[in-house]
Design a protein around this ligand. Structure first.
Ligand code: FAD
Ligand code: NAD
Length: 478
């Protein structure tokens, strides 16, 4: 490094300006700490441009149409295809046309200093930023470096994969036209959401799922109901199969996927929705005694184990790969960095102000498919595996008065998992049209450890879908 390298000192240096890095900076700035934020692509991160926002913009018209088709008097008006150009234009608006001026202004507004370029740790408390022009700036952190570099899509190394130019979640959320036929490999959350979106927009979707069904991390009925609706919408779901090799005819010809059972599937594009890897491979982790390319293991204050200055927040710590949960961690990490900088004893006990306890007990997630699938806390299988004495209480959502009004022929299912020793809820799952907004009631019950006895006094309004709470509690109490 030469003398020409610019050097700057801050209280805190944040690497990665996704939703998580932005929120760490917000809290450290609110506490009066000088804060630099380093970003190599777009301020706002994956969520704003290639994940949550574009995917939900593509899904919203598809799901609204599916709901409207079940409303008497309205169904006839929404029989036709979606206006795909209008949906793609809506998606482009929701991603601010992949421009980050708004989010940069927001960071400016809170007094954080944005450094454009790739950040790498070069020793303890030191980050070297290589700017777009190759110029290097050396940032030193008086109190903390927060790694908020997120995750990237994993594409399995199948024969031929590089030649077919496969879609990852980035292309699946930013494509400029609807492919005629789309193969989706993977039946997790990205797989089902993108299959729902592109099938709804007019593509002929085939899903290749190596396990028994969709959404394997949720209660089994979630994947079953989402799979049924996807099939009704015209998608083909092949389970228990794996792609063995892929090839593309010519430059722009169709993609052929050879399956492990010897059969083939042809499509115009192929999406790999096969999980995520941490963005830590070129981050200089080796300079601080950590393994390049690894997820960063943290304690409940989001501090990297064994360090007193390095934090890892959001996807990169692999606790819960969700924007809202990463932002929760960011609020905690920002606050605890400030507390430690002041010399105040942090509150890191269970549910303390500086402990991300909800990461273990109450992670909520909504899958924005038709029907929606939403869960918080533990599934029955997870609760049993963790050694809890539990009872699963199930209720058919179609039997709730509000569901019948929401959609004719409503199909849905609810489950709460009750801890029989403490009589509190460990987990809740809802699957059905319009249940996404219901999830937070369950999150409050689980995170608040509200006794079942007291939940009995939380009266749901008639005739809403949330009356399922009353029915679940009645079923539990017999
Ligand atoms: C298709 C899809 C849909 C999703 N939908 C939802 C959803 O509906 N709801 C939900 O809660 N979650 C959703 N997620 C998950 C969500 O996108 C992530 O959990 C979230 O983006 C994580 O935020 P983050 O700030 O940790 O990382 P990211 O958003 O990935 O941001 C990390 C930032 O760090 C930058 N960076 C990386 N390395 C460096 C470096 N060396 N130097 C400088 N900058 C660097 C990157 O450019 C990026 O801007 C979805 C994910 C996918 C793939
Ligand atoms: N609405 C939301 O909250 C939302 C939406 C999208 C993504 N996300 C988050 O983003 C993260 C990434 O999602 P994802 O769907 O990529 O990951 P995932 O881990 O949820 O699912 C990946 C699936 O691909 C399968 N798979 C892996 N390798 C395979 C292979 N070689 N062949 C066939 N199948 C294979 C896995 O068995 C798994 O079921 C998730 O943690 C999710 O929580 C959230």
């Amino acid at each position: 490094m030469t003398d020409a390298v610019k050097k700057t000192e801050y209280d805190v240096v944040v690497i990665g300006a996704g939703p998580v890095g932005e929120n760490v900076a917000d809290r450290t700035r609110a506490a009066g700490l000088t804060t630099a934020v380093v970003e190599s692509e777009l301020v706002g991160g994956e969520c704003s441009y290639w994940a949550c926002m574009p995917s939900k913009a593509l899904l919203r018209p598809v799901v609204a149409r599916a709901d409207a088709r079940k409303v008497p008097g309205l169904s006839g008006a929404v029989r036709g295809p979606l206006d795909a150009d209008a949906v793609l234009a809506f998606r482009d608006e929701e991603t601010s046309h992949w421009k980050d001026d708004g989010q940069v202004s927001w960071l400016d507004g809170i007094g954080a200093v944005v450094h454009r370029g790739k950040g790498r740790l070069t020793r303890a408390r030191e980050v070297t930023v290589t700017g777009p022009d190759g110029e290097e700036t050396l940032l030193t952190a008086r109190h903390a470096v927060a790694v908020c570099t997120g995750s990237k899509a994993v594409v399995p190394s199948l024969p031929g994969v590089a030649d077919v130019r496969p879609w990852t979640s980035r292309e699946a959320t930013s494509a400029k036209e609807v492919p005629g036929r789309l193969v989706v490999v993977g039946g997790g959350v990205v797989g089902v959401e993108m299959a729902t979106a592109w099938q709804g927009l007019g593509a002929q979707v085939t899903m290749l799922v190596r396990g028994k069904g969709l959404l394997p991390k949720m209660e089994p009925f979630a994947g079953e109901l989402v799979g049924e609706a996807l099939t009704e919408a015209g998608a083909r779901i092949l389970t228990g199969v794996s792609a063995a090799s892929v090839s593309r005819a010519g430059h722009d010809g169709p993609v052929t996927v050879e399956l492990d059972d010897g059969t083939t599937v042809e499509a115009d594009e192929i999406l790999f929705a096969t999980g995520r890897a941490p963005r830590t491979d070129d981050l200089g982790l080796d300079t601080v005694g950590l393994e390049p390319g690894s997820w960063l293991t943290v304690d409940d204050s989001c501090r990297v184990e064994g360090s007193d200055w390095l934090y890892a927040v959001g996807d990169v710590n692999h606790r819960a790969l969700l924007t809202h949960q990463g932002k929760y961690q960011a609020r905690i990490a920002g606050d605890v960095i400030a507390a430690r900088a002041r010399g105040t004893l942090p509150e890191t006990d269970r549910w303390g102000a500086h402990a991300a306890t909800a990461d273990h007990a109450a992670v909520p997630q909504v899958v924005f498919t038709d029907p929606e699938a939403a869960s918080v806390g533990l599934t029955l299988a997870e609760a049993e595996e963790a050694g809890h004495r539990v009872r699963a209480v199930d209720y058919d959502l179609a039997s709730v008065a509000g569901s019948g009004l929401y959609a004719q022929g409503y199909k849905g299912q609810a489950r709460m998992v009750v801890d029989l020793d403490r009589e509190v809820l460990l987990g809740v799952t809802f699957v059905g049209p319009g249940i996404g907004e219901l999830l937070h009631s369950a999150t409050i019950a689980v995170a608040g450890e509200v006794p079942v006895e007291r939940l009995w006094h939380a009266v749901p309004s008639y005739p809403t879908i949330s009356e399922v709470w009353l029915r679940l509690l009645e079923t539990y109490r017999g």
